[in-house]
Structures are given as C-alpha cells and as structure tokens.
Design a protein around this ligand. Structure first.
Ligand code: AMP
Length: 393
C-alpha cells in the first residue's frame, strides 16, 4: 500500500486524533455487540505503546446533527477502558473549550474519547470551521474508520487536510485484503451479489463483469433480472425502472464471456409479513399471488458447484430473506460453501457479514470486511475518499 500507516509516522508525545468506527449497537445504554471496538484495539494499543497522547473520535447512530444522549459514545469509552485496563477520559463535546483543555492536559500514553461527532450537522457537511476545530485538538491525524471511509465527512476527510496524517491497521488490513484480492485474483474468480436493491448495486454488477469469470446473482436482486428475461416473477420485489439496465447487463455478460448465474428455482410465499403458504417452485417462473423469498434447492446446488470450482470468491448481499428461518437456507448454503472451500474468500460488510457470523462460519472466511458501503466501493474498483486524502509514503 502506498499510503502512510501509523508505522510511518512519529507519534511519541504527540496528540494523535484517531477517527474510529465505534458505531456499535446500543440498547438501553448497553452495548449489544462490541466487535467494532475489539477490531480497533491493535491500532489503539500500538499508538499508546509508542507514547501517543491519544484522542479518539467516532460517530454513533443517526442523531441528525443534534445532541441526543441516546447516541452518546460514553458506553464505548467505558468498554474500551475495560479492554485497555486503563482510564479512558471522556469529553462531553467533540469540539470546544472543554475538549481542547482536556486534549492539552493529556500525558503520553493517556486516552481521551470525544462525544459523538454527529451531534453536529457540520460533521457530515465537511464544514471547514468544524474541521479546523477538530484539528486544533491534535498534532497528528490517524484514520482507522473503514466503515465510513467512503464518506467525505469532516472527521474522515476535511481534517486530514489540516494535519500530518496516516491510516491505522484496520484500514490497512481491509485495503490489503480486498484491493489485492480483486486486482490479482486466482482464477476462476466468482462474484456473488444478493440483497434487495438493484439500483444500489447496478454499478457493482457492471464493474464485476470486467473482473470475474462467473457472477452469481441471488436475493431480491435476481427478480429484476429474471423479469428482464421475460419470466413471470409473480409479486416478487422488482425494480421496474431498472429492468432496462438489467437487460443491458445480461447482454454485457454474454459479450464479456462471463457466466451469469441466476436462480433456476425459488422458495416462494403467499405473503411477506405473514407467509402461510411456502413452497419450492420447479422452474424460474413464480406463480401470481406468490413472491420469491429465497433461492430454491436446484439453485443452491448450482451456486455451490460454482463456488467449489472457484479459487477466489467475493460476496455481498444475502440470497433470501435470511432474517426469517424459513427463508435462510440459500444464504446459509452459500456461507457454508465459502467456509468449506480452500479459495480466498472475501465477504463484504453488512448483511452478508452478519449472516456468515450468525451461521457460525466466521472463522473459516479469509476476510470479513467491517464496512458494508466501503467494501462495496472497493468491490467496484473505486478509491475511498478518506484513504485518497492520506499522504503517500
Ligand atoms: P441489501 O441491503 O441490498 O444487501 O439487502 C439486504 C436485505 O435484502 C435483507 O434484509 C434481506 O431480507 C433482503 N432480501 C433478500 N432476498 C430477498 C427477497 N427475495 N425478497 C425481499 N427481500 C429480500
């Protein structure tokens, strides 16, 4: 990687402003999953062991630019203190006199955590004055928030322009794993896309057609493609305005000699919320009055076979409504196939990462990304703005 990492900069006795992604789920003031804090420990420990005066900033939830203590980062500061076995000081505001005073009073090896950046609308607006206030708190800026690296916010982009900077170990790992794998895949290279929104993923389909040997499309996304091929899809979720695009991509796959694998059968139900009739179709057609909820048994076999042959697999998006046990089989089977293969396997963040972990295959995957949106941008071959802004080595 050509960007500076924390190993390339001197942090001893310097106030280091570290952007992390501590956007953890919190219920009634209690953190229900602290994986994002654990993932950040190597960077935090390295900075402290090397004598930094560490100031940590993050966002949590969507407080919409207003102070809302439901989204306070205080519980994350407490949890971090438990992992580090040291006091983590907490400033009730991410900018202002109090935060500035606390940052100046830090000694080498001490930690200060700032309150939620998104209590200010200026954070997401990348407001210049807000960036300057953040920059005042420190001598050096480090970004390790991979989950927000596709965003041009004050704390991920603007502030980097005002201070000497570097990325942390988490961003370094994500880039090394995802970018290297996609740029130098061992072949056959199989891409798997699923989930609900074709409009969100259409650009990824197109860029993957330039890279992969086979592209598997499952989940609700598949019905727009099947509809474009003139199959009846009943009441399934179809993005009608995307049908033309789907048609174009089907042709493009043919031109590029990429095998496009779509479901050949489905698990369908009569109702999304309250499915009382559930059955497996015998072909790609879905009868009226039914909607596709998961890939069917034959499809699972075909997708598994393609994964088994692959030497590299990247995956984003579930194969069905996996949150409901009745419709989890397709997603579970794909997760299991990834776990069983010796191929390099990369799972994008968000739902597919959650599914792999939920089904107990997390440890068998080469790399599970911590960022949904950011990993998709990398799948697409895009540069992340928060990485782009960091100085080169
Ligand atoms: P995305 O955010 O685009 O990755 O979509 C993830 C969501 O797609 C999950 O909540 C799934 O329940 C949903 N999903 C997957 N398959 C289907 C389907 N056949 N019908 C409706 N929703 C689906």
């Amino acid at each position: 990687m050509d960007k500076k990492t924390i190993k390339d900069i001197d942090v001893y006795n310097k106030r280091v402003l570290l952007r992390v992604d501590f956007n953890v789920p919190v219920k009634d003031g209690v953190i229900t999953d602290d994986n994002r804090i654990k993932e950040e420990l190597p960077t935090i420990k390295y900075l402290l062991d090397n004598g930094a005066k560490l100031i940590i900033m993050s966002h949590l939830g969507r407080p919409e630019g207003e102070v809302n203590l439901k989204y306070s980062l205080k519980p994350t500061a407490v949890r971090l203190g438990e992992y580090l076995q040291k006091e983590v000081k907490f400033a009730d505001d991410c900018i202002g006199k109090e935060a500035l005073k606390m940052s100046k009073e830090l000694n080498s090896g001490e930690v200060l955590m700032l309150e939620n950046l998104r209590f200010y609308a200026q954070e997401e607006e990348n407001d210049k004055a807000f960036c300057e206030k953040l920059a005042k708190l420190a001598d050096v800026y480090v970004n390790d928030a991979f989950g927000t690296a596709h965003r041009k916010h004050a704390s991920t982009y603007g502030v980097a322009k005002l201070l000497p900077n570097a990325v942390g170990f988490l961003i370094e790992k994500e880039l090394n794993m995802i970018v290297d794998t996609i740029n130098n895949p061992k072949r056959p290279f199989v891409g798997i896309l699923g989930g609900a929104k074709v409009s969100d993923k259409i650009t990824i389909v197109e860029s993957l057609l330039n890279k992969v040997d086979s592209l598997i499309v499952g989940g609700a996304m598949a019905y727009t493609f099947l509809y474009a091929m003139n199959f009846n899809v009943g009441d399934s979720k179809v993005e009608k305005e995307m049908v033309g695009e789907a048609q174009r991509l089907i042709n493009l796959a043919q031109e590029k000699n990429v095998q496009l694998l779509l479901p050949v059968d489905h698990v369908v139900a009569n109702n999304f919320e309250n499915p009382t009739i559930v059955k497996n179709t015998v072909n790609p057609t879905i009868p009226n009055g039914f909607m596709g909820m998961d890939i069917g048994k034959q499809t699972i076999k075909i997708f598994k076979k393609a994964i088994k042959k692959a030497k590299t697999v990247i995956w984003n998006g579930p194969m069905g409504v996996f949150e409901n046990k009745t419709f989890e089989n397709g997603t579970k089977a794909v997760a299991k196939a990834l776990a069983k293969t010796k191929a390099t396997t990369i799972v994008g963040g968000g739902d597919s990462a959650a599914a792999v972990i939920k089904f107990g295959y997390g440890k068998k995957i080469t790399h599970i990304s911590t960022g949904g949106g950011a990993s998709l941008k990398l799948f697409e071959g895009k540069v992340l703005p928060a990485v782009d802004v960091i100085e080169n080595k």
